[in-house]
Write a new protein. Structure first.
Length: 161
């Protein structure tokens, strides 16, 4: 592990930050993980559970994962980002368990010396996470009905194979 990026976890005065959490994502804490005088641009992506016309009356999503594999794969993704943007600092977290509509389910923070690199790195991490993380989601509707959702990114990749 290097001092320049969050790979598997980083100890802060309040405790450790890891890739998977069952608590609400603490974005200020993730941003603290990447803060440094050497970075001039910080890009943040926050994915939230949505409730829209095309989604139906979604009350929340239940996220489940193979947690050891999630940690390992997220670690690889962040290591890849660190090799592509060696002066960067990166933090990412995926929430597991039930996440109500409107709350964050995933967050990525990338900080680099310049904004363009930060934005590229942030996009790289979230796109790779969507493709590669072993996370499954079950939508929970207002009436209590549930439906497992296919990840459209993974489904499109499978169809191309």
């Amino acid at each position: 592990m290097t001092g320049r990026s969050l790979l598997y976890s980083r100890r802060l005065p309040e405790g450790e930050v890891t890739f998977a959490t069952r608590r609400p994502i603490d974005l200020p804490r993730l941003m603290e993980c990447v803060a440094a005088e050497s970075v001039g641009g910080t890009a943040v992506f926050v994915g939230t559970v949505r409730r829209g016309a095309e989604d139906g009356p979604v009350a929340g999503i239940e996220y489940s994962a193979y947690e050891e594999m999630l940690d390992a794969e997220f670690g690889l993704i962040v290591e890849e980002a660190a090799s592509r943007w060696p002066q960067g600092r990166f933090a990412a977290q995926h929430r597991l368990g039930r996440v109500p509509a409107g709350e964050a389910s995933i967050a990525v923070v990338a900080a680099t010396p310049h904004r363009a690199e930060a934005m590229e790195a942030c996009r790289y991490i979230i796109e790779e996470a969507k493709k590669r993380l072993p996370v499954w989601k079950k939508e929970i509707f207002d009436d209590g009905a549930t439906e497992w959702r296919e990840n459209p990114v993974k489904q499109a990749d499978a169809e191309r194979a």
